[in-house]
Structures are given as structure tokens and as C-alpha cells.
Ligand binder design. Structure first.
Ligand SMILES: *Cc1c(COP(=O)(O)O)cnc(C)c1O
Length: 428
């Protein structure tokens, strides 16, 4: 059957929308080719790591209880270390979220009277209570343990202020950790490229060779050929319901880096002295191995979707970040929708195109912890899985919509076609 006719019949996609996206895909050829190249390299890198780590069927089997000599768990750590050019890594279904994994790293590496220096401005929202900054105080934060926090804001154009970082390090001898957030999270700044991260690490290590550099790598994996650990990060952290889970990992996170740092963090994952020697998972690790295997390809699909989204709204006159032909160092795409109806239209288009709960119509609601009503679409297999196509935004000017993920490019394309079909495109 003719695809366009099918889409017109089943999703009421208009001819104007189809023509618009056809033109978009022609203009995006080169951008897409770049994503393909990165995905190829990373796929071979991952395959070679499977070979080097000698992954076998028996590693997929689950264990129970303490999980002593759980080979699947140990091998998965070895595999991730190999892929990320790190000395060591652990991967655990017992880590509930990215924030939990970062918390393990911070508490594992820092000691009372140490200072953590964030060099990419304010960290991801959920970390404020972990660090003990901001208005809401949670019990048991770093601040409660007399661990201090300082930050260096990014320069205009989202560059790291390396001179200010070095000045801080010279002045404050209690700084024991330099903290970098690769992805922009929910700030309207650019995400960092690996080249920028490498430059900052090099500058820090040249003067302070023992300084520990920790990178929040959430949303960044496989968007470039190299990862922060390839360019000198001591520890990096990521969530498995984002990029490296490939859409298949049902939960969990990883930490990868030097053996010293990974061991320190492992003491917080479970207990000092026990570290990664325990931990069972009765379901078995198959989806984790399959997930990381698919991840480079899934990230490519998500990036193509992000570029198509950026192109579409940029051509329609909206401000987007990043622009379609700018680097995409993570899988998120922000669009300033400028109106409540624009925001709602896009979020509903995403929901309508999803595999799960496609018949649900999202409405703005007062989400706990947020000042303004939020609207979100998440018809995902894994709850909250943001490597899967999802969109959300606070209902307030300039009505920024954050769109991310997409296990297949076609899924995001359908969402864009649905959104365009609701608009008066005025094409001649
Ligand atoms: C997703 C994300 C996190 C962790 O978020 P969780 O919702 O706790 O998994 C941290 N930092 C960044 C930049 C992120 O994108």
C-alpha cells in the first residue's frame, strides 16, 4: 500500500504536511549522513567490546539473593568499561534513576569539608536537594555532611569559563571534584561537545593532576564517537532508561571511570568494603546486553527525529535549540512554541503517534514540584523512558517544548506529520 495514502486515511495527514516533510528530508540528507557515520562507528565499537569482553549466553542468566559471583552483573560492567574506554564500570538495575546514580557518585567521592565545583553552572534540577542548595531542603544532602558546593557559570554561547575554573581551583584548596554536566537538561543553553569537555579536563589536569573530574553523561551517550571517559574524565554517569539502555533496559544506571573512582562509588552503591561484590537480578540481564547493542542505532534514530523537529519548527519561524544543522551533542530538542495552543498541539501529536496510550489526550496539570502547570506526552513502553519519543513543557511563556527520544525515526516523523496537519501551513 502507498504509505502516504495510508497516513492520510488513518492519521488524517494532509498533503501539505507530507510535502513539507519530503522537502525537509531532502534538505536534511547531509545532517542524517553525519548521524549515520557516528552510529556506524559506535556500533562497531560496541560489537568489538562484546568480542573483547567475550560475552556469552550464560551471562544473561539471572541470580537471586546476594548474587555472589553473578557473572552477568560482572560481565556487564566489564563490557561498559570496554565500550567507554574506562578502566572499570558497574551497571545496576538497583539504581532507580539518573539522579540516584549521580548521588552515589557524589557521596562516594566527596568527604566532609570537601568542595564540589560545578563548572557548567547550575546542575540538573533534581540535584539541588542532593547537594543541599535552593529553597527546598532535604535531609541527608551533601550540605548536611558538611560538603560544600561552588559553581562557575557558563560563558555566553555556553562555553566553559576555563580561566574562572582555574582561578577557583587555585584559591580554594578544598575543591576535590570538578563536576561537568554534558547535556543542557532543561536550561536554554547548548549541550557540551566532547571537544569542549576534553579541553576543560586537559586544562584542569595540567595544573591539578589529582583533581577528580566527574561528568553527568545523561542523554549524551553515542551522540559522538568518543565519551567523556575517553578524554580523561575520572567518572561518568548515565541512566539506562536513556541512551545506553537502547529502549530495552527496563531500569537502572551505570557509572564508568578509573578503577579508584568506580570503587569509591561502589562503596556507596552497596556498602563500604562490599562494593560490587553483591547484587542479584532474578530477571536476568538479557535486555541490558541487547539494549547497549542497539543503543548506537537507537540514538541515531532519535537524533534524526530531533533534527527533523528542529528543521520543521525553524522553517515555520520558531526558535529552536539546537538548530537542525548545528551539532546535536545529546538527543534532546527544545522548541519555543510561543503559544499555549502550539505547545499543546505538539505534545498531543506526540501522544497520538505513540505505541502506548495513543488514545489518551494529554492536558496541562499541576505537577508536584513545579511552579507552573506542565503538559507531557509519554506513550512509552518503559515508564518515563526518555530514549523513547516523549515531549513535555511548562505552560508559561515562551512555551518551550522539550522533545526527546524516538526508538525509530518513523515514529517521530509521524508525530511531526500529525502536528503539521493540525496547522495552517499556507504552502504554495
Ligand atoms: C535525565 C537527567 C538526569 C537524571 O535524571 P533522572 O530523571 O533522575 O533519571 C541528570 N542529568 C541530566 C542532564 C539529565 O538529562
Amino acid at each position: 500500500m502507498d504509505t502516504n495514502a495510508f497516513l492520510a486515511q488513518k492519521y488524517k495527514i494532509t498533503v501539505d504536511a507530507l510535502n513539507f516533510v519530503k522537502k525537509a528530508e531532502e534538505d536534511l540528507k547531509e545532517v542524517f549522513a553525519g548521524f549515520d557515520e557516528t552510529a556506524s562507528f559506535n556500533t562497531y565499537k560496541v560489537l568489538h567490546a562484546f568480542k573483547e569482553a567475550n560475552v556469552q549466553n550464560r551471562h544473561f542468566v539471572g541470580t537471586t539473593g546476594y548474587g555472589y559471583s553473578d557473572e552477568g552483573r560482572e560481565k556487564l560492567g566489564e563490557l561498559f568499561a570496554q565500550i567507554f574506554g574506562a578502566e572499570a564500570a558497574f551497571v545496576s538495575p538497583q539504581i532507580a534513576s539518573g539522579t540516584h546514580a549521580i548521588t552515589i557518585a557524589l557521596f562516594g567521592l566527596l568527604r566532609p569539608l570537601d568542595t564540589m565545583l560545578s563548572i557548567t553552572g547550575k546542575p540538573y534540577d533534581t540535584l539541588a536537594q542532593v547537594i543541599g542548595i535552593g529553597n527546598n531542603k532535604a535531609s541527608g544532602s551533601l550540605a548536611d555532611f558538611a560538603i560544600k558546593y561552588q559553581q562557575v557559570d557558563l560563558l555566553p554561547d555556553s562555553k566553559i569559563n576555563i580561566q574562572a575554573v582555574l582561578d577557583n581551583l587555585y584559591l580554594n584548596k578544598s575543591i576535590k571534584m570538578v563536576y561537568i554536566q554534558r547535556s543542557r537538561g532543561y536550561e536554554m543553553r547548548k549541550s557540551l561537545t566532547i571537544a569542549q569537555i576534553a579541553e576543560a579536563i586537559k586544562a584542569v589536569k595540567a595544573k591539578f593532576p589529582k583533581m577528580k573530574v566527574v561528568v553527568d553523561n545523561c542523554y549524551g551517550e553515542f551522540t559522538e564517537d568518543l565519551e567523556p571517559t575517553d578524554v580523561g574524565a575520572d567518572l561518568m554517569i548515565g541512566s539506562l532508561i536513556k541512551n545506553p539502555g537502547g529502549g530495552l533496559a527496563p531500569t537502572g544506571a551505570y557509572l564508568a571511570g578509573t578503577k579508584e573512582c568506580v570503587d569509591m562509588a561502589a562503596g556507596r552503591l552497596t556498602c563500604p568494603g562490599i562494593g560490587t561484590e553483591v547484587g542479584s537480578y532474578a530477571y536476568g540481564y538479557l535486555p541490558y546486553y541487547q539494549g547497549i547493542y542497539f543503543a548506537p542505532s537507537v540514538v541515531r534514530n532519535a537524533l534524526k527525529g530531533a533534527a527533523l523537529t528542529a528543521y520543521t519548527y525553524e522553517k515555520l519561524g520558531y526558535k529552536v535549540l539546537p538548530r537542525y544543522n548545528e551539532p546535536h551533542p545529546d538527543i534532546t530538542q527544545a522548541i519555543c512554541m510561543e503559544s499555549e495552543t502550539g505547545l499543546i498541539n505538539l505534545v498531543r501529536a506526540v501522544q497520538k503517534s505513540s505505541p502506548v496510550d495513543a488514545n489518551v489526550v494529554p492536558y496541562p496539570w499541576d505537577m508536584p514540584g513545579y511552579e507552573d502547570p506542565v503538559i507531557m506526552a509519554a506513550g512509552t513502553f518503559v515508564q518515563g523512558g526518555s530514549i523513547e519519543l516523549s515531549a513535555d513543557g511548562p505552560v508559561k511563556p515562551p512555551y518551550i517544548t522539550y522533545m526527546q527520544g524516538g526508538l525509530t525515526y518513523e515514529n517521530t516523523k509521524l508525530a511531526i506529520l500529525c502536528a503539521l496537519s493540525e496547522m495552517d501551513l499556507d504552502m504554495d
